[in-house]
Design a protein around this ligand. Sequence first.
Ligand code: GRF
Length: 194
Amino acid sequence: MISRLVVLISGNGSNLQAILDACKSGELDAIVVCVISNKADAYGLVRAKNAGIDAIHFAKLENESRQEYDSRLATYASACSPDYIILAGWMRILTSTFLNHFPNRVINIHPALPNTFPGTHAIERAYESYQRGEITQTGVMIHLVPDEGVDDGPLLAKQEINFIQNESLGDFESRVHQIEHQVLVNTLKDLLTK
Ligand code: GRF
């Protein structure tokens, strides 16, 4: 049966694009039913519209608490009847007000290995750590989001990435993104065929 995916984004949406491409090619037996961004100018909204997918800027209302926002967001996402909700660069912590609606069905991508570099700029921070001689590899991980822990939760997949001597930060970032797109699609494929 075709799985229904809701994808939450905040920015460029390259991971969203990887999902859209895999759905289109048939690699994933899934459809993206809705794309939701908390940022009005997220390029991922353009990618979604180009693919003919419903896409919305889900703005925070004035004086709205985090719980109120998450409750509205849960209602909106539920109306799409998702099998899974993918946080593809969603840069806002979700509270249990949202997460409790979708137990074991919210999936996050983090461009670092488990328990390393949680939060923003993980790729850059790993690169700097390598430059200081502290680490020799980093990676990407896909995990379930059970609670408000940042970039933490039951692991679905991880992939180690070795640093290459004299590689620029820009080249390294592109390499990490390419790898995370593949790992994300492969992980979803495994999950959806179970
Ligand atoms: C990715 O590196 C993802 O792992 C992280 O945020 C970034 C989003 O990139 N959570 P994009 O918007 O998918 O291009």
